[in-house]
Ligand binder design. Structure first.
Ligand SMILES: Cc1cc2nc3c(=O)[nH]c(=O)nc-3n(C[C@H](O)[C@H](O)[C@H](O)COP(=O)(O)OP(=O)(O)OC[C@H]3O[C@@H](n4cnc5c(N)ncnc54)[C@H](O)[C@@H]3O)c2cc1C
Length: 473
């Protein structure tokens, strides 16, 4: 560690080295604070806070990742990873950031019905590549999300009730571990079971291989209802979910639209309930299944239709513009009417902090045990609630705004009687959104214990800690 101010405190490494040399032999670019391109490289979808590393490596390939991790190990530096910034949790203060956006190769094997994608591939590209062969991956709602990061959080997709967690269908993970070795790990390995569900705690994933499914079209889209019907829509949907087949996955999102002139008139200042539907089945059967939802009343919009799977981003129509946000979620064993009332009282239309409230229907194949003991827990959940709010952190790297935190805390407390825990992909924000208490909520206690023990084996110095961190124990 000559020439550096890195200090080892117990097993934790603290950062801020004096200027150290860069890794050698890289194909991709390197940026230091103040360099042209540094700000663009650390930026991403989450604009509330950013990574502030001492060094950014724009990795071009797995060999760049290996060289960078070796360099970090030699110099006692922690390593953060970013593909798109959608799921950034603990921001890097110092250390090294490996930016994977250049590693975006996608290769489909139509005969094997598998796809291999690099660490920087986004869902949009994977969906498109698979669709050319009449196949579909288990992608989520937004095409701009990174496919690797999504799998590292379990992955609750558009057809989740039919196929289960995306992570359950991973065939191989290639990664660089803290000792600087490139490894390929497959179901049955200890390391494979540790990697999926743990947000980069066990290494830098360079590529993944997963299964594809013969899905060419779905019946889906959105129904939107105005303020007066919002409560009834939610209640009708809640009871309706009990009778739908696994082929149908749906969600309700309640959106408090601000009173802004740039919004279309029917949405401006309104509290809108949207029902998002994805059904793997015929349009006729889809129409029959959604009839009770349409019967609630007049819709602001209704675009349910048969669509090519490659257009499935139209089902949720998630925002594509980077912004600042924080979210809490709750995996619920059930959602009784009392739970809905508690949820709306805490974070509904009268909330002083506007919350976009989503309730996803889980169950179905999501209840099946995961293969090879992967760390994706709370499989008994029937619903997933999430509240997303605008987020104005007090300082970079920082803590988050108190009113939002308090409101999200109220929601969690209101749903506590039915809550099994959190899901990593539905928790956004830094500070208390990613602290040890939250990390424990992601797993069953025994899983957490197993993971912290494995972390001590695979990453004893906690090199990979700018994430929802599992401390080595
Ligand atoms: C608009 C939106 C829609 C979403 N929809 C869904 C959905 O439908 N279903 C669902 O399950 N999730 C969904 N998510 C959650 C999303 O899957 C997670 O936030 C995921 O972590 C994003 O990964 P990323 O690579 O895009 O983001 P990044 O911020 O780049 O990465 C997130 C974290 O993943 C880890 N990571 C990423 N790449 C690597 C790597 N190569 N090696 C090691 N660690 C890595 C790092 O800890 C990193 O901080 C959504 C998120 C947003 C913002």
């Amino acid at each position: 560690m000559a020439g550096e101010a890195a200090i080892v405190v117990g097993m934790q490494i603290t950062t801020r080295p004096a200027a150290s040399p860069s890794p050698t032999g890289l194909t991709g670019p390197v940026f230091r604070p103040g360099d042209p391109g540094y700000a663009e490289e650390v930026a991403g979808f989450q604009t509330g806070y950013v990574h502030r590393p001492d060094l950014v490596v724009g990795a071009a390939d797995a060999e760049d990742v290996r060289r960078t991790v070796r360099y970090a190990a030699r110099h006692g530096l922690p390593v953060a990873v970013q593909a798109t910034g959608h799921g950034r949790s603990v921001p890097a203060e110092g250390g090294v950031l490996i930016s994977t956006r250049r590693m975006a190769r996608v290769a489909v094997d139509p005969a094997a019905r598998t796809v291999r994608f690099g660490a920087g591939a986004r869902w949009g590209a994977v969906v498109e590549a698979a669709a050319r062969h009449g196949l579909a991956p288990l992608n989520g709602s937004a095409p701009s999300v990174g496919a690797v990061g999504y799998h590292l959080g379990g992955g609750i997709g558009l057809l989740a009730r039919r196929y289960g967690y995306a992570a359950d269908h991973v065939r191989a993970v290639e990664l660089v571990t803290a000792d600087g070795r490139r490894r390929r790990t497959v179901p049955g390995d200890d390391l494979f079971a540790a990697v999926l569900g743990t947000d980069g705690n066990f290494g830098v994933v360079t590529a993944m291989e997963t299964a594809l499914f013969p899905v060419r079209t779905v019946y889906g889209g959105q129904l939107a209802f105005d303020t007066a019907l919002a409560g009834e829509v939610l209640e009708t949907w809640r009871t309706w979910t009990a009778g739908v087949p696994e082929e149908l996955t749906s969600a309700v999102t309640l959106i408090p639209f601000p009173d802004l002139p740039e919004l279309p008139a029917p949405l401006r200042g309104r509290y809108v309930a949207t029902v998002r539907i994805a059904f793997e089945g015929s349009a006729e059967e889809g129409e029959r299944l959604v009839a009770p939802l349409r019967a609630v009343g007049a819709r602001i919009s209704d675009d349910l239709r048969e669509m090519p799977y490659r257009d499935s981003a139209a089902i949720h129509r998630d925002p594509e513009e980077p912004h600042a946000y924080a979210a809490v979620g709750a995996m619920l064993r059930e959602l009784p009417a009392r739970g809905v009332r508690a949820m709306l009282a805490a974070a509904g239309p009268d909330s002083p902090v506007p919350c976009v409230l989503s309730v996803r229907h889980l169950g179905g194949a999501l209840r099946r045990p995961g293969p090879a003991g992967i760390a994706v827990d709370h499989r008994d959940a029937e619903f997933l609630v999430q509240a997303i709010s605008e987020y104005r952190p007090e300082g970079a790297g920082g803590g988050g705004d108190a009113a939002t935190r308090a409101r999200h805390g109220l929601l969690c407390a209101a749903l506590a009687p039915w809550t099994l825990g959190q899901n990593p992909n539905f928790l956004y924000g830094d500070g208390p959104y990613a602290d040890e208490r939250r990390v424990r909520e992601l797993y069953a206690p025994l899983t957490h214990k197993r993971l912290t023990a494995l972390k001590a084996v695979h990453d004893p110095a906690n090199m990979f800690r700018f994430n929802r961190n599992l401390r080595p124990e």
